[in-house]
Design a protein around this ligand. Structure first.
Ligand code: MN
Length: 159
């Protein structure tokens, strides 16, 4: 016995068709060539020392992630900040440091992968004597992927 009223079935059948139509315009791959992306100085308002950013990709309608490499010279670090949708850091070179508010300063090295949950106040940067590069994969909500706060003092960094 069919317990579903016919109009309900028709509605369910129509939804996938509408969805397929909406995605039809983006059914092919997109390649961003490395030579099209430039390294830029990290903004002095949010970083201490010499740091640079090479943006890799922005969020789009299907994926809320943004991606970018950040390279810190020895002693350089971000300001304190939070991410509304969290952040993964893939350390690709060197030795660095990170700290969540209220926790210890922790050393991070090439090959380490960090997850920072949404809303956790933290910073990341190089070690005092060695540089560090990480790929930052950061979620975004309503186009916003970071909330910047105060700078990390020398006392906090050298803790
Ligand atoms: Mn972060």
């Amino acid at each position: 016995m069919n317990t579903f009223p016919r109009p309900h079935i028709l509605l369910l059948a129509a939804l996938p068709l509408a969805s397929n139509t909406a995605f039809a315009a983006e059914q092919t791959q997109a390649i961003s060539r490395t030579e099209t992306r430039a390294q830029v100085a990290a903004p002095a308002a949010y970083f201490t020392g010499n740091a640079s950013i090479t943006p890799q990709f922005e969020a789009n309608a299907a994926s809320p992630l943004t991606g970018g490499y950040v390279t810190f010279a020895p002693g350089a670090r971000s300001a304190w900040h939070t991410h509304p949708a969290g952040q993964r850091l893939l350390v690709t070179a060197g030795v660095g440091r990170t700290q969540a508010w209220g926790g210890p300063v922790v050393e991070i090295r090439a090959g380490d992968v960090l997850w920072c949950p949404p809303g956790v106040k933290h910073w990341h940067g190089a070690s005092p004597t060695q540089g560090m590069t990480h790929l930052a994969l950061t979620g975004s909500i309503d186009g916003k992927n970071v909330q910047w706060m105060e700078k990390v003092t020398d006392a906090q960094y050298l803790e």
